[in-house]
Design a protein around this ligand. Sequence first.
Ligand code: SF4
Length: 303
Amino acid sequence: MAVVLAYGGGTNSTALCIEAVKRGLPIDLIVFADTGRRDAEMPETYRYIDQFSDWLVRHGYPPITVVRSATMGGETLEENCLRMGRLPSKAYGFKSCSDRWKVRPCWAEIKRLGMDGGIYIRGIDADESHRCRRADPKPGWSACFALVDWMLGRQECADVIVGVGLPLPGKSACFYCPAGGPSEVADLWETHPPMFERGLMIEAVAKANGGLRGRVRGLGLDFGWGEVDRSMRRQEALPWSRGSEDSCGCYDGARRADIALAPDYCGTFDVQIEVGPGGEWPLARDWRRSTGPGRQQSLFGTD
Ligand code: SF4
């Protein structure tokens, strides 16, 4: 039975890996899906993944395996948006960008390795247990949301990382994700201008092709990156947005303050911790919530 951990590159799944080491829980594969070619996330995210992967190996765990979509000749999500003249599907209320560029490449790798069943662990934290909807991800695979079982919310996940002396990774997502709010986009404008320009290009091409429609005003969903650009140049207030707290299946959260601060966090990967005695991963199907006297209900749908 294989144990696979879906690593998102953010605070939650980093804390999940660290807890696995501290408890000595087994992992056969740690997989991270890159929607680009080391250019879809913040550069510091890729650096973090490289260093954290080495840290895991030094503790006897597998390295982080980076996978990418192989469909359409390995076209990245950004290339697909530019070719099709549309925004990532998240902007239109769908999750196919997450599914095609994140979820499917992970399962393709699992299949390639001949793993035909086991435990599939995701880094959804205890503050967002509403995202733990499905029981098992595929036949033969048991879902595991260990952070929820361990009652580790967003703050506790950051504490786990800092507690062992590692730097915080911040949030992980495509830098052009439509779920990013105006302040995040403004941070990008300031810190990574070439990446901001690439987002503007996605928006401009989509606009020229009729990809902005209905409530979709731009790459920010209910605001345009062009509006942020104007606001920043004129030093005016940022556009208002309803915001999108929980972005997609590939979202790996961080505390709000960590998002802009991540590159500045001090810390070293040169720390060694004791590997725990071992044990079993908690399975979602075993997790029940009491909803009244004598009544138990699964939080994760049907078994
Ligand atoms: S991070 Fe956003 S843009 Fe990237 S795959 Fe997920 S929903 Fe789509």
